[in-house]
Ligand binder design. Structure first.
Ligand SMILES: NC(=O)c1ccc[n+]([C@@H]2O[C@H](COP(=O)([O-])OP(=O)(O)OC[C@H]3O[C@@H](n4cnc5c(N)ncnc54)[C@H](OP(=O)(O)O)[C@@H]3O)[C@@H](O)[C@H]2O)c1
Length: 381
């Protein structure tokens, strides 16, 4: 029998690529999706599969959809749905998470989805006999560590950068501690950006939040982004040599799909990080080229911004949630990844690719919505 893989987070940026790639690889998928205010879980998946069909100009198979919420015990699946999982699924790819970097309490996001959500995933697996667990973590479980980070390392007592990293660290520990599982496969992507070929993205955090802010400043404040003598500059406390690990979503999905479909590579931890890191100077240059934002002055790493004016205050207020990423990234070792996927090198992350991604984001006006499907309702007689 061809068993399904249970996939969570299929409506998110990475999830929609995983759904596409797993199904194109012939893997039957059962997607756990929550309904939105306007659409049922099934209609949300139908909408996003419509997007794939438009983009790929081909018919796509459909996943089996289970309406559920990862923060509910057993994802809120009733006994019939759980029985279906028991009969039809032999593995899980737990990808859903909250990407909120701020928490208001210990029970709030991101802890609720990322810790409770993982515990619920484990309970569901134990109840339905799933032993093959693939977990999407993050490279930033390394927290504020510096130097070289090994795939075999997790908690070395490091300080974490924000509640999101903390929650993902706890989640990874829960998965590793679950004795009923076969050794779990852990994927640790770095900072995910759009598609390396099309520039498409459906979410606009991190890099895109900086782009959007620069774009807004250029649009609303004439003194920024002109090249005029004596123009206003925003001082950025970086020196331009700091590096960042950006990776395109299509590559992340291709690698995860390749490993999930090759059992000999299960049970390992993989850093999904690029071959070349980009620099903060490169990001500044991209802002100039794609957005005409000439107003960033790299004033030196860690330099305090004395007497910030109104625009600098506004700038720092908007990017406050990313404070812990305002630093040089560590170096992530990828030994396990090289063994499992020598045939899938990460596309070169350079200025040209970043300009393409940011131009596409601008064209999309930093928004994405799948076209809503209106399924025919069968009239009740
Ligand atoms: N983006 C990055 O830079 C990055 C980097 C490293 C690791 N990661 C990891 O990669 C994974 C995917 O991230 P992403 O960037 O694709 O995030 P995303 O676009 O925000 O997608 C998150 C997904 O999780 C689902 N989800 C969240 N809470 C849920 C709940 N209570 N019940 C059911 N589904 C829920 C969302 O469903 P709704 O559509 O219903 O909200 C969505 O499908 C996450 O585990 C994340 O930690 C991401």
């Amino acid at each position: 029998m061809n068993y399904h893989i249970l996939l969570t987070g299929a409506t998110g940026l990475l999830g929609r690529y995983l759904l596409r790639d797993l199904m194109l690889a012939g893997v039957p998928v059962a997607a756990v999706v929550r309904g939105s205010r306007r659409q049922s879980a099934e209609d949300r998946i139908e909408s996003l599969m419509g997007t794939w069909e438009d983009m790929l100009q081909r018919k796509m198979p459909r996943p089996h959809v289970l309406e559920g919420d990862i923060t509910e015990p057993f994802f809120g699946l009733d006994t019939t749905a759980r029985h279906w999982v028991e009969e039809n699924c032999d593995s899980i790819l737990h990808n859903a998470a909250s990407l909120s970097f701020v928490a208001t309490s210990e029970d709030s996001e991101p802890y609720r989805s990322n810790i409770k959500g993982v515990q619920n995933a484990l309970d569901l697996c134990q109840e339905t006999g799933i032993r093959d667990f693939h977990h999407v973590s993050t490279a930033y479980v390394a927290g504020l560590r510096t130097g070289r980070i090994l795939e075999s390392e997790l908690d070395l007592g490091q300080q974490m950068g924000n509640p999101y990293e903390e929650s993902k660290m706890t989640a990874e520990k829960l998965v590793r501690a679950a004795e009923f599982l076969s050794p779990p496969t852990i994927f640790r992507p770095a900072i995910i950006v759009g598609d390396s070929k099309t520039g498409f993205t459906s979410t606009f955090h991190g890099f895109y939040a900086c782009l959007e802010l620069a774009h807004t400043l250029v649009g609303s404040m004439g003194m920024i982004g002109t090249d005029a003598e004596g123009e206003k500059k925003i001082r950025i406390s970086l020196d331009g040599t700091e590096t960042k690990n950006f990776i395109p979503v299509d590559w992340v999905s291709e690698v995860i799909t390749s490993i999930v479909t090759q059992p000999q590579h299960h049970g390992q931890t993989y850093h999904l990080t690029p071959r070349e890191r980009i620099t903060t100077m490169m990001i500044r240059d991209v802002l100039e080229k794609s957005h005409g934002f000439n107003g960033a002055e790299l004033s030196g790493y860690g330099q305090p911004i004395d007497h910030p004016d109104e625009i600098e205050r506004l700038f720092y207020e908007h990017i406050r949630v990313y404070n812990s990423y305002w630093r040089d990234d560590p170096e992530f070792d990828t030994t396990n990844l090289q063994v499992a996927c020598p045939h899938l090198p990460c596309p070169t992350m350079n200025e040209e690719l970043l300009v393409m991604l940011s131009t596409k984001a601008l064209e999309m006006d930093f928004r994405w919505k799948d076209k809503q499907v209106k399924r025919e309702k069968i009239p009740a007689y």
